[in-house]
Design a binder for this molecule. Sequence first.
Ligand SMILES: NC(=O)c1ccc[n+]([C@@H]2O[C@H](COP(=O)([O-])OP(=O)(O)OC[C@H]3O[C@@H](n4cnc5c(N)ncnc54)[C@H](O)[C@@H]3O)[C@@H](O)[C@H]2O)c1
Length: 430
Amino acid sequence: MIGHNRDPVPPASKIPRMAGSLRQRRGRGRVPREPDRSHFPDSSHSRSQGRPQDRLATVSPPSPPRPSPDPFRYAAGTPPRPRAVRAAPPPHRRDTPRMGLLMRILVTGGAGFIGSQFVRALLSEELPSGRDARVTVLDNLTYSGNEANLAPVADLPGYTFVRGDIRDPGTVDEAVRGQDAVVHFAAESHVDRSILDSAPFVTTNVLGTQTLLDAARRHGVGRFVHVSTDEVYGSIAEGSWTEDWPLAPNSPYSASKAGSDLLALSYHRTHGMDVVVTRCSNNYGQYHFPEKMIPLFTTNLLDGKKVPLYGEGLNVRDWLHVSDHCRGIELVLRDGRAGEIYHIGGGTEVTNKELTGLLLDACGAGWDMVEHVEDRKGHDLRYSLSIGKIQEELGYAPRVSFAAGLADTVQWYRDNRAWWEPLKAKAALA
Ligand SMILES: NC(=O)c1ccc[n+]([C@@H]2O[C@H](COP(=O)([O-])OP(=O)(O)OC[C@H]3O[C@@H](n4cnc5c(N)ncnc54)[C@H](O)[C@@H]3O)[C@@H](O)[C@H]2O)c1
């Protein structure tokens, strides 16, 4: 049963504000087809050998030869299967109401970190598909879901919040009926929690996705965007993954996401559904639940507490500002090809130790505030995505430099204690 959640939102004074008002942030023009590098002080994009804070926009070294031409090939030795025939134009281009017309979009997990950014950006028309769109959020508000993340748009016309579980077929059926598109963010998303208990990861990430896909198929939804992660590929010592790389997930979280990716793609192959999968690197930005590295370290340091660094801190991650991620998803929603996978990356690789140094500097703390803790089990050493496909096909390029994005993010946590203090207590109990 769907429960329309009408809980009062916190008083306006307690609600974090986005930079600039919604109206100021309206952007009615099309996203430029040419990659916009104007926000990158380093226009060469070559990897700097200097301090991590100097690496404002780095690119990955060239990829080694592809090990498999087929995204469905799971392990070496599996016989290749034929690729999906690319029909042109994709169905959504004919059938789905286009930008500028009324479009009904269901956003699952829209009260979480990335989903809420997507909804705020849609309804503020920062993303073109938001123009005249009706956006319904379906979210059951787990420990990481927070309706306050949507407070800046809660009173805008065209917004509906539905509290419900994507594993419940009745709820999902009702929420999906009448939608033109589904953008599916809802997931259990924290690797450490999946190591402690993988059951909710399998039920939400795999069964929940299947429940949504079945409902979308039943109701003839025009487009289904499944949001996934680079972690499905495992770890890569050098070079960068392309979209046809074999999957080799190492944690229960990434294994459950890999399962959901394959299910989503199978609905395209088997049923001809208009499904597109995105895989992104590590996101950062405002409204990030304070259990993940950047908000955890920042809020600990702001409270004068130590930060726990896994092992020697040599794990490398590519950081992507959440607004760039959502811009990439919206490009895929509008113009991605059905049955395809698109990578969305930030282009800045740093080790966890380098990132720790940047956060210590930003918070005015020293290395005495760092506590080395036992490494995470099965910890992937390095993630790196090639983003050539989305750049060439859809004109995507990250716009927020890591230095500017990180400084903004730390400042946001300084300014919004009322948002994160209760969540830290909740995280400890969950
Ligand atoms: N955060 C990252 O760096 C990152 C990187 C790559 C991919 N992703 C993917 O992006 C998506 C969003 O990630 P996030 O960081 O915003 O996660 P999050 O944990 O902040 O948000 C997840 C949201 O899903 C909701 N949810 C969970 N289970 C649900 C269920 N059974 N029914 C309905 N709603 C449910 C939660 O309440 C929450 O609002 C996930 O699919 C994740 O795998 C995230």
